[in-house]
Structures are given as structure tokens and as C-alpha cells.
Design a protein around this ligand. Structure first.
Ligand code: SAH
Length: 453
């Protein structure tokens, strides 16, 4: 169905698009690689055994651990965690993400955020909160759009808040966003562990947890964040649902293996839906908690959340996997040296969000970006670009982001909005809307088809 998106969002899009931004950087890398095809990270080869030692001693003292605990330790252990120690993003890392492939991606998300801020009635404050900001490229592209649309944002006080568990990546983000002028907190207990000002002069703060971000009207962005959160795995057996755990292989003491618990665990009794039809399910309880925190904030302070990740709508079973050196890797081998990930179950996130907010999507990345006007943006960049290599890269990165066989359909966009955002304006006193001049709601960009007619 073709839906008229609203003049305001169209104007925003055309204002960004008629001024090509940073053309030479429109494509950041050469042949892009996603997690479907990764390159190895030499840093990760050095201390692979410390994580394995840590895990085996933990299992020896307390028994098999849940897959969620395994994933949490491997990825975010404060000393040896994969994310904590490494910069795994980009051509020299283990995988590359959409914001790293092309700046167009972040620009379109920037337009989405401003459109939602306008849809909320242009509040005086706009907090941009990014969960898991990687190298800071997405935030940087979004902020550049904010600068271009400064006249639209007017006097609104804009600030950036980054939720990042990795000190290594937070340093990189600080370099990219503040040009190394940020300062670390004196004490480790401070909720804000780093602060600074972006090159455009906006305040930026770093937090370890979403809970530490101050309240206020916020737009939350999470790109490839939820897939890195720990999942529990459950297997249907003749005796009912049982949890899959990680144990030491008795035949090879320096190897790990999966086992199924003989009796139900607290997680298997509480996290599997009573009417579940699949034989194997993965549940990201931590993702559910984070969604509920977002819902509470959006309900109380206003705002919106945009979540983009690879995932499904409650249909897939075993998606837990690891990536290392161009290939899929055994999830239990050399823990800490490979990225662990699981597809995001958007039906679970929607269920956890509950009825107090409006949820949109998931829609495919291809649909979202096309609705946001990626084709027009590409044409503008191509029109202004004469260098054949840059033109080739622009086209190949566009293809990577939108092609159904590449990232176009694997990645999904989902949004949580304040309930009032989609509410129809009420007719009053029997008068028509035209007579009362009640403004129609601005449609939610990206989730409805854009029409310039
Ligand atoms: N959004 C970026 C990076 C994705 S990688 C991009 O798309 O390019 C996942 C990011 O989430 C990294 O920055 C990682 O350090 C961070 N992260 C992973 N688990 C986290 C957690 N539990 N809390 C906060 N940040 C986390």
C-alpha cells in the first residue's frame, strides 16, 4: 500500500539530500564484508586460553553454566571479554556493519530521529541515546544530519549519550566524536565514565548501563546491539522443556560441550511460552529487560526507540553462532577469540514491550531504507560524483545494504513509540478536523512507504 508520508518528513529528506555530505566518505570501505564473511583479527589470537581457563574453573566449582552466562562471560567479561579487549569492526576486524559500509545509513537514521522529534511536538530537549555504538560512526553520521538541519532543531538542547561496555571501543568512539578531547571519570563507580564535547560542541557522555542515562525526552538507537546480548537456549524433550548448558567435555578436559539439564531450571520454567510450538528456542531475557527499561522511559518522558538487527519474528530455532577468520566458527572453541551472536527474536521484544506503547515493524532493512529515500540519496551522490571508483563503491555499498540476498532482508527494523504518537486526533464537538484545524499526526517514517506524489 502506498501511503503519503507527510510533507514535513519529505522536506527533511530533501533538505539533507540536496546537500551531498562528505562525498568521498559516503562509502567507507572497499568490498564490504558482513558477519556472513569476516576477516580475522590478529589481536584475538594472543591470549585465547585465559578465557577458557576462567570458564573451566567456574564450571568445576559451580557446575555447568547456562549459554547466557557463557555468552556474557565470553563477550563482556571486564578483563578478557571479546568486546572489552578488541576493536573487531571494520576491514581489519572480524565483521563490518551497515554504518561502517556507508554514511548514507546513518544519515537516513538521523532524518528518522528528527522526524520523530517533530512528531512528538518538538520538545525542548532531545537526548540521542545509542546502545552499543561500536566505532561511533553511526552517531557521527546522525550528528552531521543534526548540524545540517540545525534550523529545524532550532533552540532544542541536543545531547549524545552512549551506552558502551567496552573501554577500548569507548576510546575509539571518543576519538571519532570528540577528537580526543574527552575525559575519563576519576572513579570507576561514576555512572558517567567518560564525558566530552563533540566537534560541533554538543555534550556527550558514556555509561556502562542504560539505567545510568539521565531521564528526559530521548530517541534511542540500537544497531547490532541486541544480537550481542546473552541468550538462554531450551530444548523440548520427552519430559518437557530443558535448558541447554555448557559443561567441560569429560573426555577432553580443555574442551567445552553442550549438555541438557536433567530437570527444569528456573529459566526453562519461566522463559518458554506455554503455547510454544518449536522444539528448540532461544530467549534473550536481558534484551527483554532492556526493552522494558526503554518502554518505561518512553512512557514517562516521551521519545522513541529504533532497533535494527538481524532477526526473525519468533520462527527460528538454533541461531547461536560464532564468527572468526572469514568463516563460521565453533561457538565453544577458543572462547573469547570469536564473536558470538544470536538472531534477535522481535516477537519476544514486542511481547516484552507490552501494550502501553506502540510498536512498529519489524520491516526489512531494504523496505526501511527505501521508505526513507535511499534511492534518491544515491542518485544525488552519483550526480555529484565523477570519480569512477567512488561511483562504483557507492553503488556496491547501496547494493550491500539493500539487496535481498545480502543485508536487505536479513536485517530488520523495529520501533517502540509513545502511545500518543499513533493516536488519531479526536474530533470534538461534532466539528470536522478541518474546521477545528487539529494537525494530522506525522506518519512514522521508514515504516510506511514514502511517496513524493
Ligand atoms: N552499533 C555498532 C556496533 C555493533 S557491535 C555498529 O553497528 O557498527 C556491538 C556493540 O555493542 C559494541 O560496541 C559492544 O561493545 C557493545 N556491547 C555489547 N554488549 C554490550 C552490553 N551488554 N552493554 C553495552 N554495550 C554492549
Amino acid at each position: 500500500m502506498r501511503v503519503f508520508l507527510g510533507v514535513k518528513t519529505q522536506k527533511l529528506i530533501s533538505r539533507v539530500f540536496v546537500h551531498p555530505v562528505n562525498q568521498s566518505a559516503a562509502v567507507r570501505w572497499g568490498p564490504p564484508q558482513t558477519r556472513l564473511s569476516c576477516s580475522s583479527s590478529p589481536d584475538l589470537e594472543k591470549p585465547p586460553h585465559s578465557m577458557l581457563r576462567h570458564l573451566t574453573s567456574k564450571i568445576k566449582s559451580t557446575g555447568p553454566i547456562s549459554v547466557a552466562e557463557y555468552m556474557r562471560e565470553v563477550l563482556t567479561n571486564p578483563v578478557t571479554g571479546y568486546y572489552v579487549r578488541n576493536n573487531m569492526l571494520g576491514p581489519d576486524g572480524d565483521f563490518i556493519t551497515s554504518p561502517e559500509i556507508s554514511q548514507i545509513f546513518g544519515e537516513l537514521l538521523g532524518v528518522w530521529i528528527i522526524s520523530e522529534w517533530m512528531g512528538a511536538g518538538r520538545p525542548k530537549q532531545l537526548q540521542l541515546v545509542e546502545l552499543g555504538p561500536g566505532k561511533g560512526s553511526l552517531a557521527s553520521d546522525i550528528l552531521r544530519v543534526f548540524s545540517q538541519l540545525q534550523s529545524v532543531l532550532g533552540e532544542a538542547s541536543v545531547s549524545l549519550h552512549l551506552v558502551e561496555v567496552s573501554p577500548t571501543l569507548s576510546q575509539l568512539q571518543a576519538q571519532n566524536l570528540t577528537g580526543n578531547t574527552s575525559q575519563e571519570a576519576d572513579s570507576e563507580d561514576e555512572p558517567v565514565y567518560r564525558r566530552g564535547k563533540t566537534t560541533a560542541g554538543l555534550p556527550v557522555c558514556w555509561y556502562r548501563r542504560l539505567d545510568d542515562v539521565p531521564t528526559g525526552f530521548s530517541v534511542f538507537v540500537a544497531h547490532e546491539f541486541f544480537d550481542a546480548l546473552p541468550i538462554h537456549k531450551f530444548q523440548r524433550t520427552e519430559k518437557g522443556w530443558r535448558e541447554v548448558m555448557v559443561d567441560i567435555d569429560p573426555e577432553k578436559p580443555d574442551h567445552l560441550r553442550f549438555v541438557v539439564t536433567p530437570s527444569p531450571t528456573l529459566a526453562s520454567s519461566t522463559l518458554v511460552q506455554a503455547d510454544e510450538r518449536r522444539d528448540h528456542v532461544e530467549v534473550c531475557a536481558e534484551g527483554g529487560v532492556i526493552i522494558q527499561q526503554l518502554v518505561r522511559r518512553i512512557t514517562e518522558d516521551g521519545g522513541a526507540a529504533l532497533i535494527a538487527d538481524y532477526g526473525h519474528d519468533g520462527t527460528k530455532t538454533d541461531t547461536f553462532r560464532a564468527f572468526k577468520g572469514h568463516q563460521l566458527h565453533d561457538v565453544l572453541a577458543s572462547p573469547g577469540t570469536a564473536d558470538l551472536t544470536a538472531d534477535v527474536d522481535f516477537s519476544y521484544l514486542r511481547r516484552m514491550a507490552g501494550g502501553g506503547v506502540a510498536c512498529m515493524g519489524p520491516v526489512t532493512q531494504r523496505t526501511f531504507l527505501k521508505n526513507m529515500g535511499i534511492d534518491t540519496r544515491l542518485q544525488v551522490l552519483l550526480r555529484n560524483c565523477t570519480d569512477p571508483n567512488t561511483r562504483k563503491q557507492l553503488i556496491s555499498s547501496y547494493d550491500m545494504l539493500t539487496n535481498r540476498a545480502k543485508m536487505g532482508e536479513r536485517f530488520l527494523f523495529f520501533s517502540v513509540l509513545h502511545q500518543s504518537r499513533l493516536a488519531k486526533p479526536k474530533k470534538q464537538d461534532g466539528l470536522s478536523l478541518e474546521k477545528k484545524k487539529i494537525p494530522a499526526q506525522l506518519p512514522v517514517a521508514g515504516f510506511t512507504e514514502l511517496s513524493f506524489s
